[in-house]
Design a protein around this ligand. Structure first.
Ligand SMILES: *[C@@H]1O[C@H](CO)[C@@H](O)[C@H](O)[C@H]1NC(C)=O
Ligand SMILES: *[C@@H]1O[C@H](CO)[C@@H](O)[C@H](O)[C@H]1NC(C)=O
Ligand SMILES: *[C@@H]1O[C@H](CO)[C@@H](O)[C@H](O)[C@H]1NC(C)=O
Ligand SMILES: *[C@@H]1O[C@H](CO)[C@@H](O)[C@H](O)[C@H]1NC(C)=O
Ligand SMILES: *[C@@H]1O[C@H](CO)[C@@H](O)[C@H](O)[C@H]1NC(C)=O
Length: 435
């Protein structure tokens, strides 16, 4: 339809807010077929960590509340420190331990301020038995307390502790000062979180498919005069109605989308030839979606063969297709043992060959899980990281033309052996009228 189906709304309310949410709900939410991570899953991932620690010759993995702690112990930084990041160390210490049969399992201990021990227990972390706590008093050195506890007795060397990027510097130095050998995240230990279980994949598939579906429902409800902010608010509402919790939502029109992450104030108004870019992420059971679509509004009639189009319109159509082809080529490269670099280069070659190389200003993608952006990162310099079966990645090439428009297509994929990766976003876009 080229006639306007809707009147401009009164400021402060727009029908898209309600209609898109209803549109999504009447689909019956077929994508919502995943279940949350259970206690047994948490045990299994800590046991995988224990085995990885043996493989990397480390005596323990030590982690502060944050994303990694959330992954192994279900407590995020704000869930522990509701006020502000706490200067008193509260550490989860996971050690490999062999049982009678020779099987390596995790044995987990918490170094915890003495007066907080009860609060730590009340977190209800996913452990079968009551958690083991090494308490430290306010006037003690917490690191020495850990060193002198029964945890590391029997080792023939300075205990080697592996930490990751979320471990704050003063704690790393505190541990090193009392004689721990502190080493950075690597190898098999990093792979534990990078390689997703079937259950994690199910959740990622649900949340990413649902997020794409929400964008499609929003598009159907658009009418001229809406602002970028109007659409972002309506999209957040639709996602919440479906049981997904949005955590970022970038809606950009035309030239405002030439800045990949936006930065303008959301006041630009939708017109018929506006290229709409939406990049959005939501959470389900602690897992992230991260998808992007670029499209025309539904009230712009799709041109027929032979129609005369403006140069701007022609360029939009051309660029949409180039970015799509770049995404396709990157997907073919998402196989076990490909380098992260090769995935980026596959997309970049398409865009460069089309003459837009300089305008593809960011990497092609990244790992995705409980964080929207996780390692391994798919950039052309990353020759060291090899893709493994079970890793999940975005592919999100883009072309950004300053003062004109920006195009990005983003979907999520699961690497599976030597074959094509599995799409975790339901279906890719088909065209600018069918995102
Ligand atoms: C993990 O924490 C969330 C709240 O953040 C809770 O809903 C869920 O039940 C917990 N999972 C387990 C297995 O304890
Ligand atoms: C875990 O390690 C602690 C400290 O070394 C020990 O007391 C405890 O028995 C171990 N737990 C299991 C289940 O072996
Ligand atoms: C948004 O920014 C534009 C300039 O880019 C300005 O004209 C407009 O007044 C701003 N709108 C709001 C709501 O701040
Ligand atoms: C973004 O859109 C606003 C509103 O139309 C406009 O004033 C502003 O110049 C645009 N910003 C950029 C960087 O193009
Ligand atoms: C990837 O490399 C590993 C180690 O060299 C090998 O065992 C595995 O079979 C390779 N996978 C594929 C799909 O070729």
């Amino acid at each position: 339809m080229s006639k306007l189906a809707w009147q401009q709304p009164k400021r402060g309310f727009s029908s898209v807010y309600v209609v898109a949410a209803l549109g999504l709900l009447v689909t019956g939410l077929p994508f919502m077929n995943a279940s949350p991570i259970t206690l047994a899953d948490f045990e299994e991932r800590r046991d995988r960590l224990a085995n990885a620690l043996v493989a990397e010759d480390a005596d323990a993995f030590v982690v502060e509340p944050g994303y990694t702690f959330k992954y192994y112990g279900n407590v995020s930084q704000p869930e522990w420190e509701v006020w502000e990041p706490e200067e008193r160390p509260f550490l989860m210490v996971v050690r490999p331990q062999e049982d009678e049969t020779g099987t390596v399992k995790a044995n987990t201990t918490f170094l915890c301020p003495s007066f907080e021990a009860e609060r730590a227990r009340l977190l209800g972390m996913p452990f079968r038995d009551s958690i083991q706590i090494v308490p430290w008093e306010e006037h003690w050195n917490p690191y020495r307390t850990l060193q002198q506890a029964n945890v590391f007795s029997g080792l023939q060397r300075h205990p080697r502790l592996m930490v990751d990027e979320e471990m704050r510097d003063f704690i790393q130095r505190g541990l090193a000062t009392v004689g721990f050998d502190v080493v950075g995240l690597k190898g098999k230990v990093e792979e534990v979180r990078q390689i997703k279980s079937d259950k994690e994949v199910d959740i990622l598939r649900a949340v990413n498919t649902g997020t794409v579906e929400a964008v499609r429902q929003i598009r159907k409800c658009l009418y001229p005069g809406l602002t970028e902010t109007d659409i972002a608010v309506a999209l957040d509402n639709a996602l919440r109605a479906a049981g997904l919790e949005p955590f970022f939502d970038i809606v950009l029109f035309d030239e405002n989308a030439s800045n990949p992450h936006g930065g303008t104030n959301g006041s630009k108004v939708l017109e018929s030839e506006t290229f709409v870019l939406i990049d959005v992420g939501a959470h389900l059971y602690g897992y992230s979606s991260d998808i992007c679509r670029t499209f025309f509004p539904p009230f712009l009639e799709k041109p027929s063969r032979g129609d005369t189009l403006s140069p701007r319109m022609l360029e939009k159509l051309k660029v949409w297709d180039i970015v799509f082809e770049a995404q396709t080529q990157s997907i073919h490269q998402m196989r076990e043992n490909s380098t992260a670099s090769s995935v980026d280069i596959a997309a970049r070659e398409v865009i460069t060959d089309a003459g837009y190389g300089e305008t593809f200003t960011h990497r092609v993608g990244h790992g995705i899980g409980i964080k929207a952006h996780e390692s391994p990162y798919l950039n052309q310099g990353n020759l060291d990281s090899l893709l493994k079966t079970g890793m999940t990645f975005t592919s999100e090439p883009g072309i950004y033309l300053v003062d004109k428009f920006g195009v990005r297509h983003e979907d999520v994929f699961l690497v599976q052996g030597d074959g094509e990766p599995e799409l975790l976003t339901g279906s890719r876009a088909i065209g600018p009228w069918d995102p």
